[in-house]
Ligand binder design. Structure first.
Ligand code: GLN
Length: 236
């Protein structure tokens, strides 16, 4: 393998709503701007996931595809092996929920992958709109901004940290948003998440290649986008 960073977009045929594929593009671009050679692979749900990737990306999905994805990922087993050897997983919305113990899809309780100590049930209303929060200080990142659209509500167990404290929107439950443990990080933020939160993209890259810092790059455009979205919340 000659690439420095190998990124897998998991099941684009099932988990790919709200432009989440943009997360793959952002990661690849930000790695390349640092001179890193990137291999980006899209693996459909009828294919086996490679065991050797550095970063696995999961997107959002409607209930039916989400339940099918969870079954196929459990049967494949590659994500568990990936976590065991210290690979990075970044998961959005349906992808985030299915990393937990259980989630609800089409009224039925479904088994998740148990890679995060979370459980998801359904809320009284669908959470749709801007999402923002102050990220866990241990991660040292600027505020989270995103767009959310989900019926599920997520409850965190003792073995996982909230990704952020909600300042706008709902996230997990109106108080916290997302979760992380080790190098596994989940969020309800679409938008796509990494175009609106390039600092999270860089965190994932740092985890993947094992460095504390990456060379700075020109973030004028991402900063404009962030400022616009955060101002839209204040104006609402
Ligand atoms: N089906 C899940 C829910 O509604 C996730 C939706 C999504 O990924 N946007 O909670």
């Amino acid at each position: 393998m000659s690439s420095d960073v190998r990124i897998v977009w998991v099941y684009p045929d099932l988990l790919s709503t709200y432009g989440d594929r943009g997360n793959l593009l952002i990661l690849a671009r930000r790695a390349q701007l640092r001179g890193l050679a990137v291999e980006a692979i899209e693996v459909r749900s009828d294919q086996r996931l490679p065991d050797t990737a550095d970063i696995y990306l999961l997107g959002g999905g409607e209930d039916g595809p989400q339940a099918l994805a969870a079954q196929r990922l459990a049967a494949d087993g590659a994500l568990h092996r990936a976590v065991d050897r210290g690979a990075v997983i970044f998961a959005v919305c349906a992808g985030y929920q299915l990393l937990g113990r259980t989630f609800f899809a089409k009224g039925a309780k479904c088994a998740g992958l148990e890679l995060l100590d979370i459980e998801s049930d359904r809320g009284a209303t669908r959470a749709v709109g801007e999402l923002a929060g102050d990220i866990d200080p241990r991660l040292g990142l600027p505020p989270l901004t995103g767009f959310e659209n989900h019926g599920g509500r997520t409850h965190l167990g003792p073995n996982v940290y909230p990704l952020a404290r909600v300042t706008a929107g709902v996230g997990n439950d109106g108080v916290t948003e997302g979760a992380w443990r080790g190098k596994v990080l989940g969020t309800y933020s679409h938008g796509p998440a990494l175009s609106r939160n390039p600092a999270i993209a860089d965190l994932l890259l740092r985890w993947a290649i094992g460095v504390d810092r990456l060379a700075p790059i020109d973030d004028t455009w991402p900063e404009r986008l962030r400022a616009e979205r955060l101002a839209a919340i204040r104006a609402a």
